[in-house]
Write a protein that binds this ligand. Structure first.
Ligand code: HH2
Length: 295
């Protein structure tokens, strides 16, 4: 990257069997083993189909596969830990040598523990490791951690999200959670932060968080952003969930231009191409901002 490129932390991200240099943005591909995820619910509950889809995403260029067995869409019904574990373990085992790091998207310490025992390289917690015992479980492992911000819980989070200043409050929360994890003995190089686009936020909050992502990047840890197919894209474009690819890619590239180090996407092949083009331009000495200024 050139001097004019966005500032991403120079330190590597240590994630189970993997150590990512973060010289280029990483692609995290989403595989939802759920009945009710907003974009692919019910499609991948069958482990054979989930495996085929995950392999497709790896072949398309995913660096990390994020397996989720409980939807966190607004209004989603919680899934018991035993069912989450039963959905996850066979897929985790079968994917072990797929060539990508394996992340598990869960809020429950019992699920974290079972996933780590089965070789998960990373735990992605939309609740920021606030479940009782979550920090304890993570302290004893070498897996990466994605600490996400969410106001409220999925059941009620979109009822009336409210902030004094969304960006300040999200940054403060993420800084405090990272400090708590570090104080508990989790190495800093294992932690990434995520503002949680769509989790207890209005469209205006989401836009502010993306526009002022630098305030989160300034904390000094890698930042992960998930905008793929989300309702903010639907609200802006008027498109249904299966027609949000172009909008998702626009928001993803904006996040990367603002310093995101990892992007969580459903459409890995298309996102990879978009990132390669973006990166080629950024490395040639121009930034997106400069190009826009010149026009
Ligand atoms: N978004 C979703 C789920 N997990 N994790 C992180 N770190 N960041 C995100 O933005 C994020 C996340 C929602 O997307 P999806 O998994 O497709 O839907 P659902 O929660 O309905 O399964």
């Amino acid at each position: 990257m050139t001097a004019a490129s966005p500032r991403r932390p120079a330190a590597p991200f240590s994630c189970g069997r993997y150590r990512f240099s973060l010289e280029r943005p990483l692609l995290m591909g989403v595989v939802n083993l759920t009945e009710d995820s907003f974009s692919d619910g019910g499609r991948l509950l069958d482990p054979v189909r989930a495996l085929a889809h995950a392999s497709e995403l790896v072949n398309a260029g995913a660096d990390i596969i994020d397996l989720g067995a409980e939807s966190t869409r607004p209004g989603a019904t919680p899934v018991p830990a035993e069912l989450e574990i039963a959905r996850l373990l066979p897929v985790l085992t079968a994917l072990r040598d797929c060539g990508a790091a394996l992340s598990v998207d869960t809020r429950k310490s019992a699920v974290m523990s079972a996933a780590l025992a089965e070789g998960a390289d990373m735990i992605n917690d939309v609740n920021g490791f606030r479940d009782a015992g979550a920090i304890e479980v993570m302290r004893g492992a070498d897996a990466g951690l994605c600490v996400m911000h969410m106001q409220g819980t999925p059941e009620i989070m979109q009822a009336a999200p409210s902030y004094r200043d969304a960006v300040d409050e999200v940054a403060q929360f993420l800084r405090a959670r990272a400090e708590a994890l570090e104080q508990a003995g989790v190495a800093r190089e294992r932690i990434v932060l995520d503002p949680g686009i769509g989790f207890g936020k209005t469209l205006a909050h989401n836009l502010q968080l993306l526009d002022r992502l630098a305030a989160i990047v300034a904390i000094g840890l890698p930042v992960l952003v998930g905008v793929s197919r989300k309702s903010m894209i639907g609200t802006i474009t008027g498109r249904d969930v299966d027609q949000r690819l172009a909008g998702s890619i626009a928001a993803m590239l904006f996040a990367v231009a603002r310093g995101a180090a990892i992007v969580r996407v459903h459409d890995v092949a298309e996102s990879r191409d978009a990132l390669l083009v973006w990166q080629a331009i950024a490395e040639s000495g121009s930034t997106m901002a400069q190009i826009q200024q010149d026009q």
